[in-house]
Write a protein that binds this ligand. Sequence first.
Ligand SMILES: Cc1cc2nc3c(=O)[nH]c(=O)nc-3n(C[C@H](O)[C@H](O)[C@H](O)COP(=O)(O)OP(=O)(O)OC[C@H]3O[C@@H](n4cnc5c(N)ncnc54)[C@H](O)[C@@H]3O)c2cc1C
Length: 380
Amino acid sequence: MNFDFNDAEQDVIKTARDFAATKVKTRAREIDEKNQFPSDLAREMGRLGFFGQHMPEEYGGTGLGYKSYVLAIEQICAVSMTVGAIIAINALTQESILRFGTAEQKQRYLPALVAGESLSTFAFTEGQTGSDPRAITTTAVPEGDEYVISGEKTFASLAPSASVAAIFAKDDSGRVSAFLVDPGSDGFVIEKELETMGIRGEDVCPVRLDHVRVPRSSLLGEPGQGYNVLLTAINVGQIGIAAEAVGIATGALRMSLDYARNRTVRERPMTELPTIQSLLGEMCARTEAARWLTYRTADLKDKGRLSGKDSATAKLFASQMANEVVDMAMQIHGSYGYTKELEIERLYRDAKVTQIYEVVSEVQRLIIGGSLARESSSLH
Ligand SMILES: Cc1cc2nc3c(=O)[nH]c(=O)nc-3n(C[C@H](O)[C@H](O)[C@H](O)COP(=O)(O)OP(=O)(O)OC[C@H]3O[C@@H](n4cnc5c(N)ncnc54)[C@H](O)[C@@H]3O)c2cc1C
């Protein structure tokens, strides 16, 4: 096992940390307040290579792998989860195309998505379900050389900026299939973005598909393979969310240290209080544990050995950790942390979604537990 980063990975950390410090930090509050998608920062992330660490060089990626993908997300999310999460959300469709696309689909979409010249949206969730693929009601009816897609999706992040949408729909056999759809198609309607509690500015929108006609060549993978596409994509998405959680916790720890160093209690720096040191110690230990679990999980993906249980474990643990750590950070900040004057309240709001999106924690536990129950080998 090698716990050291190579030169290229250290470069990714440095580039992402510098980008976060110089370009993102001054914008984080405004993005949250205005619920405004930072399109310029998204383009800049493309130029800096953050959409291509996990993509092969033939599509413009660096081919460095999923470890570099999580390193970039972590550094940026320590400053703004909205900005860092764009990488993980975009990766859902990228991964779907890379693993299931035809040569033509890969050439058509991946270079632009990697370069940040275009973005993608991944629309699985519907009004009645975000957790159960069997309950999807969007349909894709074959008609000649086309499919006609109708239904309503919701919480489609990045939708207004996307030049391609991965849409999950039931075909005539009743099985879920995945399609690559141009959001500019007739009948594709993107509604106004939702007012979310956290990661504001991610352009999370309801989407309506009213008899959208797509050529049969829009099918991603085989008919009925949609569930496989979904699982493959969210395995990568979940590693990204684990990295988002580690980033948020790191940001909360940084803010707490700053605050405690600069505030006095009974004429002594707050950092001298054993209770504050205890909170800082707990936050640090938990963040560090989740960080290395996340790196290891990304490394498994790089080595082609990632299971659904692994990515569920990383996301479950890291998201729980982030919520506990921001809670401790809030305690350190006291009443001022509870106001909009200080930024910790944004992190407190942002952290929650890591336990909800791309498989809720309750289901993650069942995935891990179910897998353990089925495994015949011993644990370690
Ligand atoms: C900011 C944001 C961005 C998002 N971006 C996207 C996106 O880009 N694309 C997309 O498709 N979706 C997106 N989503 C949607 C998100 O992935 C789903 O909402 C999420 O998977 C949960 O689905 P649900 O809301 O239907 O919850 P439900 O499935 O209704 O679950 C609600 C609760 O019921 C319980 N529960 C549900 N099922 C089970 C079970 N099997 N066992 C035990 N308990 C259970 C859990 O307590 C769970 O928390 C986003 C959501 C948010 C908030």
